[in-house]
Design a protein around this ligand. Structure first.
Ligand SMILES: [Zn+2]
Length: 492
């Protein structure tokens, strides 16, 4: 399996999608950040130098119209919302390397250079177009995308708008075979499998060229199309380029080569993004003569109290409130262990509270208290490895789960090891042996506690990617020989 050798490990690139900044972040995006962050932290911990990208998608019709409707300057409008997403990464303790905004001037230049390369490759042409546009998706839609009422299934409250104008088009149709052979060559290109099958089917059914620009007099908010003052780039074309502009492409070839070309670029996205990420963006990369992503992981959606989150129902869960109530690591814990990584899941506060009391206040918190209390008072001295590393067997098991994006199974393994410690305490009863008049009993009690302390230290090491602050706290308690306050107070 994996060898922990810095010299031979490929560099790891990880990115979330860029949320569209027209509303405050909800729990669904906090879920994506937390998964990507745990993955990035795990890779770094196991010897891969990492680059973790996050950011904000700030162009497009929806943003333009919302800013107009609120009578606000568009740049001020996107600045406000970008800040909300920017704050979220601190709230969730995301170990990002760059937060890219698509209104950054370097990004705009990169998007223009990307356009030029696709154009040089003969993949961009202009034509008069009439079509239906879903402003909710920021996508042109065809009849087959619409439901029986002629509405986009994701935006049934918005009628798709008929648009007729002269636009630039990208020769998506040209890339059917190339995409299918990419999927053939990389059997884990999209995880989970059922989503991978969905995109294979979509490409097999035939691709239609898509519009990649809008007339500026209709939509003045976008990256200018190189060499045509009347046209601005279609928001997706510009936004997708962020995944490499964040690395400094095209200027910073060194970083691009290390993390994208020769590294292991992995993208995290919601299941509704499959066409954009696994087909459109990949065809665009091929057209620009650049390597494809290595892997795309698609997470499921979070429903709240059994319903899709929506402003009109009023059931949108705000991740800031959750963190204020429970703390960063508790929210990370819940999202990673109790929300299924790739299927739709239901979120309720009751379930979160139940998991908190059961697995954190009891469970981990209680085990830490018991062991630290014995360790601090039994005159046992253990040399904890200052350059801590995971035990081989732990590393092997966690690596397999993480490479399959099974955050829940990785954490189940850690909690299984926590309960082994509880069973060990019950079995050995060191709290009795330590009081014995028999020297052997006392020695055995001390040996048992030394083992418990060492194994708890290992468990804390495994927790690093998932609950970084808790992990550090447990290791500090042990190193300092402290009898600590409870890590997690019970909640009623
Ligand atoms: Zn839509």
């Amino acid at each position: 399996m994996t060898e922990n050798n810095e010299n031979t490990q490929p560099k790891q690139y990880v990115t979330t999608t860029l949320p569209y900044v027209n509303a405050d972040p909800h729990i669904g995006f906090a879920f994506e950040i937390t998964q990507a962050d745990a993955y990035a932290r795990f890779k770094r911990l196991t010897g891969h130098e990492g680059f973790f990208n996050m950011g904000a998608d700030e162009h497009g019709e929806k943003i333009w119209r919302n800013a107009q409707a609120e009578g606000r300057d568009v740049q001020a409008y996107v600045d406000h919302y970008a800040k909300q997403f920017d704050k979220l990464k601190a709230k969730l303790n995301a170990s990002y390397n760059n937060f890219i905004r698509t209104t950054d001037s370097d990004h705009k230049k990169a998007a223009q250079e990307f356009w030029r390369r696709c154009d040089d490759n003969g993949d961009i042409y202009k034509k008069e177009y009439e079509g239906l546009y879903c402003v909710g998706c920021e996508m042109f839609v065809t009849e087959k995308d619409l439901d029986a009422n002629g509405r986009c299934p994701d935006h049934p409250d918005r009628k798709p708008e008929a648009i007729s104008e002269e636009n630039y088009f990208f020769r998506f149709s040209h890339y059917e075979d190339a995409l299918l052979s990419l999927y053939e060559d990389q059997p884990d290109f999209v995880v989970p499998d059922r989503r991978f099958n969905e995109i294979k089917q979509f490409v097999q059914d035939g691709l239609e060229d898509f519009s990649i620009s809008r007339k500026k007099d209709k939509l003045p908010w976008g990256v200018p199309v190189p060499g045509d003052d009347d046209q601005g780039m279609y928001v997706w074309f510009d936004a997708l380029v962020n995944y490499i502009s964040t690395l400094g492409w095209p200027e910073n070839q060194k970083q691009f080569t290390e993390f994208w070309r020769q590294g292991n670029p992995v993208q995290f996205a919601g299941k509704d993004q499959i066409r954009q990420q696994a087909a459109m963006w990949q065809a665009m990369l091929m057209s620009a003569g650049l390597p494809n992503t290595n892997q795309i992981f698609l997470h499921g959606f979070i429903n709240v109290d059994g319903q899709k989150m929506s402003k009109s129902i009023g059931n949108v869960v705000n991740p800031y409130d959750l963190v204020d109530e429970f703390g960063t690591d508790v929210v990370r814990y819940y999202l990673l262990r109790h929300i299924h990584p790739d299927e739709d899941s239901n979120f309720t506060l009751d379930k979160l509270t139940e998991a908190y009391n059961g697995s954190l206040a009891n469970g981990l918190g209680n085990t830490v208290s018991r062991i630290a209390s014995m360790y601090s008072s039994y005159d046992v001295d253990v040399a904890f490895d200052q350059e801590a590393a995971m035990q081989d067997e732990d590393l092997e098991i966690l690596t397999e789960h993480m490479n399959n994006f099974r955050f829940d199974q990785a954490m189940d393994y850690i909690w299984q090891e926590v309960s082994h410690l509880d069973a060990f305490i019950t079995d050995r009863e060191p709290y009795k042996g330590i009081k014995s008049d028999d020297e052997d009993d006392v020695r055995e009690a001390k040996e048992a506690v030394a083992y418990l302390a060492l194994r708890l230290f290992d468990i804390a090491e495994m927790l690093k990617p998932f609950m970084p602050e808790t992990s550090e706290e447990i290791q500090d308690i042990l190193k300092e020989g402290r009898d600590p306050e409870p890590l997690f107070e019970r909640k009623e």
